[in-house]
Design a protein around this ligand. Structure first.
Ligand SMILES: Nc1ncnc2c1ncn2[C@@H]1O[C@H](COP(=O)(O)OP(=O)(O)OP(=O)(O)O)[C@@H](O)[C@H]1O
Ligand SMILES: [Mg+2]
Length: 341
């Protein structure tokens, strides 16, 4: 008997998750590679490499091989995946089929690059599954019904949004404003307003610690440390939720404008369905305090954050893995599906 393994992969800008059929999520690690730039050898990947980000000695560079959900450094992405897959709990053979989630609106070249990557690490057959569809599967939405669902996935590198009906994407938008962009806005504002240089991990700490989209009723503060812009010496400052809200609002409004544009481009019948069904938010960015309230106020349609919003795309690829045969007809309808030869 030929032993076929099927795995699902969410290759995210911030996090890579791997789902093994009949087992569940076996890898959930930061998408980061640290390598020695004297020898060009990879020294760590995932969580180990994340610890090195912004704190690396001169000869070690830590980088993210994905940028805005797209492979930016093919060789590093390959090394990273190989190391994740070779771990003990991930048996890997040439007869492995992979369902990999990809952002919407990729170019042919970008899609091919994902397919090539998986093939180079040993996949026998590669199925590309658009992220909003994966998120909808992972959230158990009845997307095979003749009604429409609107999914918004706010990740690290991009916000992907799509209106889905009868197992297919009807209209979609993708913008490069998501978690990383919010962190950069915080870095810029802290430098300009507080004359302090901070790194990305501190910006993320501020965003997750006290960030919000609307006043939440509680006053939040965080103490952070950085380097004074003029003296170059370490300094500590207190940052309040009101400041962070002000720094983030412009980017959040841009996401909302794109969402309005998406809804305007959809057929009227589907808009009625969305009004009835509400909008589903997922991805780490959807966890920003009060984001649901802000979007609901601006668009006038209820917002639901899906269960476990950080894992729903991986769960969706997993669900397709579990029933790859019965999903065959569904897979063939995916606009970005590529069957490996
Ligand atoms: N509680 C929170 N509040 C705000 N942002 C959060 C929170 N938790 C995580 N994030 C942000 O979510 C982002 C990571 O989300 P996610 O894991 O969905 O991204 P990804 O799938 O790796 O990226 P992409 O889909 O863009 O390729 C990071 O930018 C992180 O800062
Ligand atoms: Mg994602």
């Amino acid at each position: 008997m030929i032993f076929k393994k099927i795995i699902g992969i969410d290759l995210g800008t911030d996090t890579t998750q791997i789902y093994l059929k009949d087992t569940g999520v076996v890898v959930n690690e930061p998408s980061i590679v640290a390598f020695n730039n004297r020898t060009n050898r990879v020294v760590a990947v995932g969580g180990e490499a994340k610890k090195m980000l912004s704190r690396t000695p001169a000869h070690v560079t830590a980088l993210r091989p994905l940028s805005h959900g797209v492979i930016a450094d093919f060789d590093m992405a390959k090394e990273m995946l190989e190391r994740f897959l070779k771990r003990e709990q991930m048996p890997w053979s040439w007869l492995t089929e992979v369902v990999v989630s990809v952002p919407t609106n990729l170019t042919e070249v970008e899609r091919k690059s994902v397919e090539d990557l998986l093939k180079e690490v040993g996949a026998h057959r590669v199925y590309l599954l658009e992220q909003p569809l994966a998120a909808a599967f992972g959230s158990h939405l009845e997307i095979n019904e003749p009604t429409a669902f609107l999914i918004v996935d706010i990740g690290a590198g991009a916000t992907d949004m799509a209106i889905i009906s009868m197992n297919g994407i009807v209209v979609s938008r993708r913008i490069k404003i998501a978690g990383d962009h919010l962190n950069n806005e915080i870095i810029k504002a802290v430098r300009e307003e507080m004359k302090l240089n901070i790194g990305e991990p501190t910006a993320e700490e501020i965003k997750i610690g006290v960030g919000s989209a609307v006043p939440t009723g509680e006053r939040l503060e965080i103490i952070i440390r950085g380097r004074d812009v003029s003296s170059g010496l370490p300094r500590e400052v207190v940052i309040k939720d009101t400041q962070v809200r002000f720094w983030l609002i412009r980017s959040l409004k841009m996401i909302i404008e794109t969402l309005k544009d998406l809804i305007e481009s959809a057929p009227a019948e589907l808009v009625g369905d969305i009004y009835k069904n509400g909008m589903y938010f997922c991805g780490g960015g959807s966890l920003l305090r009060g984001l649901d309230q802000l979007v609901q106020k601006e668009i006038g349609v209820p917002v639901r954050i899906v269960e476990e919003p950080l894992n729903c795309v991986a769960r969706g690829t997993g669900l397709v893995c579990e029933r790859i045969d019965s999903y065959g007809h569904v897979l063939n309808n995916f606009s970005s599906l590529n069957l490996g030869k």
